[in-house]
Write a protein that binds this ligand. Structure first.
Ligand SMILES: [Zn+2]
Length: 674
């Protein structure tokens, strides 16, 4: 069967797809300050994101289609085919595979919005038909549970065991179907989602503490609310409120830090537990706020956000310091200590080698911050979205588009101090295949973050070669963005078409962009834009007007709060939104990562190298190295002074490390001569 072969095809032609809003649709959300623009209204036209979108369309999606329709690694689509009675077979694969398959379909629908590829459109219909055949009359659908029920496993009744990830799977179904509906205008997938939501509505009609435990890895808050936005069915908003409030029914003895249900959400002020679950919870809470304006949601969200960005997030945007551990600060009594895994750590606990930083957690942080931005219009949230996208999200996928990281450490050495569960090299498959399709949908939908609208304003959130064709106040406008961001901070935005009414162009000035300047039709602005803000230009625009934005991008040496023990007396290198690292292929022979130190007055020069790593800006200069000597069998030794010698190195963007074979790498490096 070649059900997905279409996705490999690149034949595209125009069709009459509906112009509808984006992945998250806040056009009717009463507490959204920003309205999202349609996935089909924005195009990456050239440069960094256009290249990534093409990689996703031509490499990531086809290879994932092959993997997910096949049975070599696990079973995704095959489980749906068995359930539909189309093939004989036994259930196989993780119980969350359905959700990850839906994420892939969401990515395909988002790609369809941009490419109008009729063959993707048709094949999605075919797949949706198969999914629908497996759905029960009461709307339930979960291949793992249903196929095990068929095998007469009486313990596999729905919503009995939260490790079957049913609400996670259904949440991804609801999101994917909402996106598919907006892109195509067709209701085939939406009808499956509606029936599934109706099933959730019945099952969770009268919440109990036992049912409340089902809220695990909660993509369903986002999914239910997106379905509400797509259908305007008030029952779904009521369901979202009820199923969210249900968390607070969990008895303290049954809940835990790992699933963020140890204490009621309203009392939480710190990010804890499994970082994917946490960030999905926060994103879902922010979605609920966008619809309800419930300040009891906003207060914990604001406090948890501050905790994350000031005490728990890596400089790359990575979330989840720990592989495994306990939540020792989770309770004042010893019996209240709970296990955590793939988890946020304590405040300022940010180890580099053993950082977990699951790609899904980093994507989850972008999803969360995007919704916080939509609620407020505050640049600080978009700064986090951008940080994630350029660094700890894209690091999840190799430049070949077929190999993936599950965790994203900031340091790898040879030998490693400890064996870790997940590979230090990108691989085509891991048993938790949640991150790769999450990357597919995120890259496919990346243009949806670039712009927003409010009243008579257009918000420019992300920079990069792109075009926006939308409506504002009943008038059509078209903007074209030129430049080579993130390698250059010089951006030009041209007004290609507009109406007669005044409107405001709001340009994001990132928090790192000191000394930014703006010119309109070559006339400099009277004031300098402030970092971490939106610069507003209100005027009656004419076609042909243009705005030049200059965001200076000096190489910056960064240091961490001294409470971050693991980064003490070390520096990281950043330029614009891109965090850099030093990797062993860029060191002289015989020099190890642990030998290198960075002089505080080091001068690193930026140079675009089109032949390296598909074309990146590298930062070149001299650093210092000293031979570490033989440490075999020793934990300590008397200091052995060794001469620090200058060596020439180049730093590469963190997101593209480990594309040249196994290597040593570090983001943080010791400072010399402070
Ligand atoms: Zn994942």
């Amino acid at each position: 069967m070649k059900l997905f072969a279409c996705i490999i095809a690149t034949v595209c032609f125009a069709s009459s797809l509906m112009a509808e809003p984006g992945v998250v649709d806040t056009t009717s959300s009463p507490f959204a300050k920003i309205q999202t623009v349609g996935l089909d209204e924005v195009r990456w036209t050239h440069g960094f994101w256009a290249d990534r979108f093409e990689l996703c369309r031509t490499q990531m999606m086809p290879s994932m289609a092959r993997l997910m329709q096949g049975t070599n690694y696990s079973q995704f689509y095959y489980n749906f085919e068995i359930l539909a009675g189309l093939v004989e077979g036994k259930p196989h694969g993780a119980s969350f595979n359905d959700g990850d398959f839906y994420k892939f379909l969401e990515g395909a629908a988002a790609t369809l919005a941009v490419t109008n590829d009729a063959r993707i459109n048709a094949k999605l219909d075919e797949v949706i038909g198969v999914i629908a055949r497996g759905q029960t009359t009461n709307g339930y659908i979960d291949t793992w549970v249903q196929l095990h029920q068929r095998e007469n496993n009486s313990s596999s009744a729905p919503f009995r065991d939260r490790t079957r990830w049913e609400v996670y799977n259904l949440g991804q179904l609801l999101t994917a179907a909402s996106v598919h509906y907006r892109v195509t205008g067709k209701t085939n997938f939406l009808n499956v989602a509606r029936k599934a939501a109706d099933c959730l509505d019945k099952v969770f009609k009268n919440p109990t503490p036992e049912l409340a435990l089902q809220n695990v890895c909660p993509s369903h808050y986002m999914g239910i609310i997106e379905l509400y936005r797509a259908t305007h069915e008030p029952r779904y908003l009521a369901l979202a409120k009820r199923i969210f409030a249900m968390r607070d029914l969990v008895k303290e003895k049954d809940g835990g830090s790992d699933n963020q249900d140890r204490i009621p959400f309203g009392k939480q002020d710190e990010a804890e537990g499994h970082a994917v679950r946490a960030n999905y919870l926060y994103a879902g809470a922010a979605d609920l706020f966008l619809e309800t304006g419930d300040t009891n949601l906003w207060k914990p969200l604001a406090e948890i956000w501050m905790n994350v960005v000031s005490k728990k997030m890596y400089i790359t945007g990575g979330c989840g310091a720990l592989y495994d551990g306990a939540a020792p600060d989770g309770a004042s009594y010893q019996s209240g200590i709970t296990k955590v895994h793939q988890s946020y750590g304590r405040n300022f606990q940010l180890p580099n080698t053993t950082a977990h930083n699951e790609t899904c957690a980093n994507i989850g942080n972008a999803l969360w911050n995007w919704r916080m931005f939509l609620a407020t219009g505050e640049a600080k949230f978009m700064d986090v979205v951008e940080l994630e996208l350029y660094n700890s999200v894209l690091s999840g996928v190799a430049l070949d588009g077929t190999n993936y990281f599950y965790s994203n450490p900031l340091r790898v050495t040879d030998p490693m101090p400890v064996e870790l569960r997940w590979a230090r090299t990108r691989v085509p498959f891991v048993s938790s295949f949640c991150c790769p399709p999450n990357l597919v949908r995120t890259i496919a939908e990346s243009s949806g973050y670039a712009y927003g609208k409010s009243g008579n304003s257009v918000w420019v959130n992300l920079y990069g070669g792109s075009s926006l064709a939308t409506e504002l106040g009943g008038e059509k406008i078209k903007l074209v963005q030129e430049g080579d961001y993130p390698w250059s901070g010089r951006v030009r935005i041209k007004i290609e078409a507009c109406g007669k009414k005044e409107f405001t162009l709001k340009l994001r000035i990132p928090g790192w962009a000191t000394g930014a300047s703006v010119r309109v039709n070559n006339s400099p602005a009277d004031f300098s834009p402030q970092p971490e803000s939106y610069w507003e230009i209100k005027r009656a625009w004419k076609a042909g007007d243009f705005v030049d934005l200059d965001l200076p991008m000096p190489v910056r040496l960064m240091e961490a709060n001294p409470l971050v023990e693991e980064d003490l007396n070390q520096v990281a290198v950043q330029r614009g939104p891109v965090v850099y690292c030093l990797e062993s292929p860029d060191l002289p022979a015989g020099v190890k990562i642990s030998d290198v130190a960075i002089p505080s007055d080091t001068k690193l020069a930026a140079r675009f190298d089109r032949r390296l790593l598909d074309g990146v800006v590298v930062l070149e200069g001299n650093v210092l190295a000293r031979a570490g000597g033989n440490w075999s069998g020793k934990l300590y030794r008397e200091l052995q002074p060794a001469e620090l010698k200058p060596i020439g190195v180049k730093f590469i963007p963190y997101s593209v490390w480990q594309n040249r074979g196994p290597s040593e790498m570090s983001v943080w490096l010791p400072l010399a001569g402070r």
